[in-house]
Design a protein around this ligand. Structure first.
Ligand SMILES: Cc1ncc(COP(=O)(O)O)c(C=O)c1O
Length: 359
């Protein structure tokens, strides 16, 4: 065999690997609170649509996602030309980097934030500029605006932020947007938008309308419960949306995903009732943790964050032993998704016991 190997792009060296949330342990007591998934399975009507689309799996899907684009445009009252779909919102985020950034360019985002940002930025060849969250786990928008240089091409604002759950208030976001040069794309990643209850947090779709450099990312994975199907979308003004359509993987979004997403939009009221139940459960979990003595940043998403520092891995191991898989960020903290009541209870009981033994 030849000693020579195919030459790969140097930019790929040292890319951190994406750590998916670990699955629940086998058995009845296993709960997966590690991936911010929706614990509810698809609605029966949505499942029926998926089954029917599966019957046509010998055909390629509608490459232009026509029905889905129209349904999104109608639901969110935006021109259809402003919509671009993709393989999950992370797929769309990666396309946004393909559209805007390459070697020599810079991409700014808060840190810690969604762990895909450093990976997809490095793949693009651009450099990451990570701006630490404040002590209150908030985006430091002033520092992020100060970090803009003439090499900056894209800025992610994860709102609410994964993994801390903290959201950026609208007034602060608008002040920040006013400071960012018009030729820098600001991506408002609103994967958890439907879980936001703080009225000070503005819907990005309101902000994008008169700002051609703002792009809003949304997903069907969280509130709509279709994480396994991989479908998300962006709303942006036409040059950006058109560039996204150019960079889309041909036939990337399956017909099952397209049809299920359209069916979910039609069943939105029912799905949003489930979101309401999860928001109530989030309030219960946060309240109980606070009563136990933990400092819990106010989450506007479907998870909570505990900054545990060097006790992070021990805490995650204790949860795992008790039957709940959570997401540790070693040395920093744990992110725990709001899931089934029983799983949340296991987490809460473990947190109470851990506090008594460790503090
Ligand atoms: C902030 C944020 N953005 C985007 C995504 C990706 O979602 P998807 O690719 O499933 O749409 C996630 C998933 O965890 C996320 O937390």
């Amino acid at each position: 065999m030849s000693e020579k190997k195919p030459r790969l792009r140097g930019a790929l060296e040292g890319i951190p690997t994406y750590k998916p949330g670990r699955p629940a342990a086998a058995g009845p007591a296993g709960y997966k609170l590690s991936s911010n998934e929706n614990p509810y399975p698809p609605l029966p009507g949505v499942l029926e649509t998926m089954t029917s689309a599966a019957g046509g799996a010998n055909r390629y899907p509608d490459m232009a996602c026509t029905g889905l684009m129209e349904a999104v445009a109608e639901r969110f009252d935006v021109p259809v030309e402003h919509v671009a779909t993709g393989t999950g919102s992370v797929g769309v985020a990666q396309q946004l980097l393909q559209c805007t950034a390459g070697p020599g360019d810079e991409v700014i985002y808060a840190w810690r934030s969604f762990e895909a940002y450093p990976i997809i930025t490095q793949i693009s060849g651009a450099a990451s500029v990570q701006v630490p969250l404040t002590d209150a786990e908030e985006h430091d928008l002033d520092a992020m605006a100060d970090a803009v240089t003439d090499r900056t091409r894209l800025i992610f604002v994860c709102n609410p932020n994964n993994p801390t759950g903290v959201a950026v208030p609208g007034a602060a976001l608008e002040r920040f947007l006013d400071r960012v040069p018009d030729d820098v794309l600001v991506v408002l990643d609103e994967a958890y938008r439907e879980f936001v209850r703080d009225e000070r947090v503005v819907d990005g779709l309101r902000l994008y309308r008169d700002r051609p450099n703002v792009c809003v990312l949304r997903t069907f994975s969280k509130a709509y419960g279709l994480a396994g199907l991989r479908v998300g979308f962006a709303v942006a003004h036409e040059p950006v949306a058109a560039a996204l359509r150019k960079t889309a993987v041909p036939f990337g979004v399956s017909q099952i995903a397209q049809d299920a997403a359209v069916a979910s939009l039609r069943s939105e009221a029912e799905l949003l009732e489930r979101v309401e139940a999860l928001v109530a459960e989030r309030a219960r979990v946060s309240r109980e943790l606070t009563a136990q003595g933990w400092t819990v940043p106010e989450s506007q998403a479907n998870f909570v964050w505990l900054r545990l520092g060097d006790r992070t891995s021990d805490f995650a191991a204790a949860c795992e032993r008790a039957g709940a898989m959570i997401r540790p960020f070693p040395g920093e903290g744990v992110r725990v998704s709001v899931g089934e009541t029983e799983g949340n209870d296991i987490f809460l009981q473990t947190a109470a016991a851990f506090r008594k033994s460790e503090f």
